[in-house]
Design a protein around this ligand. Structure first.
Ligand code: ATP
Ligand code: MG
Length: 591
């Protein structure tokens, strides 16, 4: 990873930073104590004050690969902790017994690390699994039962649905709502013991069936599920609902700012209700965590829905989750996108509560900006055409010097060997130049960069009329870096590789996976919007210095764009390159 350059501007204020600033100024969270690991209030009470000024968390469910949207959330949560002397926890929200897989846990850990963030800070190791909290969650549920704030409901799910009411109509109380504390306690014990089949009963919070917010109409907090859990095995027959588990997870971990996407806004009253009850009972410490919602990332030309990403993989429209065209972080990594580019992007798009659609070109610009500073330059001829310099002696070779990075002379130069036969790009020559074409055509003069000025003398074709070689004469006094060079003025400045030195390698030219800004809009099947030219595999001619490129090493191929040595398919001495992004936004323009 090239991390010497941090083009990040100072953080821009946003509504979340304003909240954090105000909370820090008021000293609100300074009374919290932290025992060094998650737990109920009794465990934290005797401990010292929390050394972290704020605590945030990134709480993925380990049921899929992380995508660009998650990167926004990761940069936001870890970025706040970094900027405010806080900590950010990585918490696997694995309370649902059926879904999670170890493969996803590992890939999420890798992705967060790859983005450059750490949950091991200040002697703490804040990597947690919500399923480790099941005992505490059950204790919270029992506290609600004991204080008359929860009851066991034995209605069928259909009855519950009907009795919940609608947006315009209040719900109806369940006939079980007035069960005694003893009866509820006994029933919940038997639910826990596995005496009932799935769906026979649920535990509900007792709030208000007439609330205008449907989420407060006695939400279900525990359900019976006879399913083994990857962490707790067969120990539990009841599992907490996400909306009950999540606030408790935050409280146990001393989270101060629980940042989530907007669809949870309607859940905030329940989040607050639940934590207020538990704090009243002394189970969790005050101040309780505060939920803050922001709008999720939506990008043009990209789908981020888990269901759609799974479909792309399952139906083999892409070559797996780490296909460089996938908007997953494993895909981004193979594509050559940089962690610094994600940081810059997250900073540029900011956070807000309004639904926005971000132009993919902005994302690509962030990547270019970072790569322009960090990637060394190399020469690659993607579509080779032979150039013969008729007046250059056969067998003669000479060294030309090319800077590794024009903005960073300290990175030195590399040697390109000039000779009589070179490779140039096929589209740098035109037999009959169109207007404005300043490159090679019969009679025209161009500079071969770092080398000589040449004048086109003619070209050869094969029996089908295809151009197979271009002939030139060079000007011996025009070599770059010599006093005579300035006497020549040419509009064209072409890259080249000597045919004797070049090596052939596979280069994959990736482009956008979808050809329209809103895949699947207006009732179309998003699969029909896949760009048929989202990848083109070619054999290119590359300069020798690229032969030993290490996997994940990134380069600018001059005049083409940014490329990375593929981390999966490259082998020592035989790299394969992926195009990350072109030098300029060329989408929709053929060039
Ligand atoms: P699911 O559809 O399975 O709930 P999810 O995309 O919400 O998937 P989670 O694992 O629950 O996945 O997400 C972890 C965190 O990432 C959450 O805090 C969520 O708010 C955030 N997140 C997910 N998608 C986006 C997005 N597009 N933009 C910003 N944040 C996101
Ligand atoms: Mg989710």
């Amino acid at each position: 990873m090239n991390s010497t350059h941090k083009p990040l501007p100072a953080p821009v204020a946003n509504f979340i930073r304003n909240i954090v600033d105000a909370d820090i100024a008021s000293g609100k969270n300074a009374t919290r104590r932290w025992s060094g690991r998650p737990g109920l209030a009794e465990q934290h009470h005797a401990a010292a004050s929390d050394p972290a000024k704020i605590r945030t968390r990134f709480p993925p469910e380990p049921n899929g690969y992380l995508h660009f949207g998650h990167a926004k959330s990761i940069c936001l949560n870890f970025g706040l902790a970094r900027d405010y002397g806080g900590r950010c926890h990585l918490r696997f929200d694995d309370t649902n017994p059926e879904k999670e897989e170890k493969e996803y846990v590992d890939s999420i850990v890798d992705a967060v690390r790859w983005l450059g963030f750490s949950w091991d800070e200040g002697g703490e190791k804040n990597l947690y699994f919500a399923s480790d909290y099941f005992d505490w969650m059950a204790a919270c549920a029992e506290y609600l039962i004991d204080t008359g704030h929860a009851y066991v409901d034995s209605q069928s799910s259909e009855e519950m649905r009907v009795n919940r009411g609608t947006l315009t109509e209040a719900g109806r109380n369940s006939p079980c709502r007035e069960r005694s504390v003893e009866e509820n306690r006994g029933l919940f014990q038997r639910m826990r013991a596995g005496e009932f089949p799935d769906g026979a009963h649920v535990l509900r919070a007792k709030i208000d069936m007439a609330s205008p917010n449907i989420n407060l109409r006695d939400p279900v907090i525990y359900r019976i599920r006879h399913a083994p859990h990857h962490n707790t095995g067969g120990r539990w027959r009841v599992y907490p609902m996400y909306t009950f588990a999540h606030p408790i997870e935050d409280a146990l971990e001393n989270i101060t700012h629980s940042i989530c996407t907007l669809e949870f806004e309607d859940q905030r009253p329940f989040y607050d209700w639940l934590l207020a009850r538990l704090a009243e009972g002394g189970l969790i410490q005050r101040p309780v965590p505060r939920q803050i919602e922001f709008s999720r990332l939506n990008l043009t030309y990209v789908v981020l829905s888990k269901r759609k990403l799974i479909q792309l993989v399952d139906e083999k429209h892409v070559d797996g989750w780490d296909d460089p065209r996938m908007p997953t972080l494993v895909g981004a990594r193979r594509r050559g996108y940089t962690p610094e580019g994600f940081h810059l992007f997250a900073e540029r798009i900011g956070v807000s509560k309004s639904d926005t659609l971000i132009d993919y070109a902005l994302f690509e610009d962030c990547m270019r900006e970072v790569l322009n500073l960090s990637a060394e330059r190399r020469v690659a001829v993607l579509d080779p055409l032979r150039l013969i310099i008729d007046n250059y002696p056969e067998g003669q070779r000479e060294d030309c010097f090319a800077p590794n990075h024009p903005l960073k002379p300290e990175l030195g130069t590399r040697t390109l060997s000039f000779g009589r036969e070179l490779w140039i790009e096929r589209d740098d020559f035109m037999e009959n130049p169109v207007k404005g074409f300043h490159r090679l055509y019969p009679g025209n003069t161009v500079r071969l960069r770092y080398a000589y000025v040449v004048k086109c003398a003619g070209f050869d074709t094969d029996e089908t009329g295809r151009i197979v070689a271009v002939h030139c004469d060079y000007m011996p006094d025009s070599k770059s870096g010599t006093p005579g060079a300035d006497a020549y003025k040419c509009k064209g400045n072409l890259h080249w590789i000597s045919a004797a030195d070049a090596f052939a390698a596979e280069v994959r030219l990736y482009d956008r996976l979808f050809s329209v800004p809103a895949p699947g809009a207006d009732g179309r099947n998003f699969i029909d919007d896949i760009n048929p030219e989202s990848v083109r595999r070619i054999m290119a001619r590359l300069e020798p210095a690229l032969e030993n490129a290490k996997p994940e090493e990134r380069f600018q191929f001059e005049r083409h764009g940014y490329f990375v040595a593929d981390r999966v398919d490259s082998v020592p001495g035989a790299p394969v390159f992926n195009r990350t992004v072109t030098l300029r936004d060329s989408w929709g323009k053929k060039g």
